[in-house]
Design a binder for this molecule. Structure first.
Ligand SMILES: O=C(O)[C@@H](CO)OP(=O)(O)O
Length: 325
């Protein structure tokens, strides 16, 4: 039975072994430019934060110098809502199955809980259950912006998905889908029933396959292997956005998120074995002064606590209240 990770606010330093100081030394947005330059023009002046602009063609000049948008950013992590194979208790891994009705409700509920927390950019895995979760959650956000999946798999996909209205652009949130955030590849367990597999191979063996850090399931990825690609992606593509001041939502999976949380909270390979994430539960981190601070899970849109954590969150919420009053 899944348990929720501790919701106690804790402060954590990023593990120095994984820390890439170069992200903070080079011009901000180097990596974001790489991510977006083909499809988005980035607007910026010395005093203005860059804005994603899907209006203009990829060939437009990208400004070279940027000013940091903010010293603080929010990071929301959501494990997808219940999938049809969670319901059937089947090992899922990289098999691309959709949400159940309960999973849809969980995603909507997660959206309500984060509806007052700023989101500038969304990252999901390439799997539909994570993408459904992100999209459904954003239907509840009070900013009312439309999440738009970026298609840069080919030049044609980029060209054909352009948005030609500046006004519409401002009302959009880019969604970047990355396979590196996918669930751990479960190898020859994919599609097998978890209970039957435990009966066949023994509870201890199956527990090791599911929760140990180093031991992979047959022909699949260990958590360590999953962490290698998920954390590298986080460091290279997501952390620079946070460092720049962009607020990020990640919708992903039990194991890809466990590995990212291990990195954020500096857990040992032993500690991560007892970390369990519930489906559809949003977790909030604040990235400030190059540190990640876990702020637990917002209980609901009207709950005061979480907005009191930082002035910036409180101000964002107040702005929403005023705009929507
Ligand atoms: O089946 C899976 O892909 C995962 C997540 O549901 O299972 P586990 O609980 O073993 O990590």
């Amino acid at each position: 039975m899944a348990t929720v990770v501790s919701q106690q606010p804790i402060t954590s330093q990023r593990p120095s072994s994984n820390f890439k100081a170069s992200h903070f030394l080079k011009e901000p947005l180097n990596v974001p430019i790489k991510l977006r330059q083909k499809q988005f023009k980035i607007q910026a002046t010395a005093s203005q934060a860059p804005l994603l602009d899907p209006v203009l063609s990829p060939s437009k000049t990208i400004p070279q110098s940027y000013k940091k948008k903010s010293n603080e950013a929010s990071l929301i992590l959501i494990r997808h809502g219940e999938s049809l194979w969670n319901e059937k208790n089947l090992f899922t891994g990289c098999v691309d199955v959709p949400l159940t009705e309960k999973g849809v409700a969980e995603a909507i509920q997660a959206g309500k809980r984060i509806s007052n927390i700023p989101v500038d950019l969304i990252f999901t895995s390439s799997l539909i259950r994570a993408q459904m979760t992100a999209m459904l959650a954003m239907t509840q956000h009070r900013c009312k912006k439309v999440p738009i999946i970026l298609h840069d798999e080919s030049e044609k996909a980029q060209t054909w998905s352009h948005v030609f209205s500046e006004e519409t652009r401002k009302q959009s949130i880019p969604v970047i889908a990355a396979w590196q955030l996918n669930e751990r590849m479960y190898g020859e367990l994919q599609g097998l029933n978890k209970e039957e597999t435990a009966e066949r191979y023994g509870t201890q063996q199956v527990h090791e396959w599911r929760r140990s850090y180093h031991i992979p399931p047959p022909k699949g990825e260990s958590l360590e292997m999953c962490a290698e690609r998920a954390v590298a992606y986080f460091e290279d593509n997501i952390q620079p956005e946070l460092a720049f001041g962009n607020n990020v939502l990640i919708a992903a999976h039990g194991n890809s998120l466990r590995s990212i949380i291990m990195y954020l909270d500096k857990l040992t390979s032993q500690e991560v074995t007892s970390l369990e994430l519930s489906t559809g539960l949003p977790l909030l981190y604040i990235f400030k002064d190059r540190k990640f601070m876990r702020r637990g899970s917002p209980v609901g849109p009207t709950e005061a606590g979480v907005y009191a954590y930082t002035k910036r969150l409180a101000q964002y919420r107040q702005k929403l209240d005023e705009t929507l009053a």
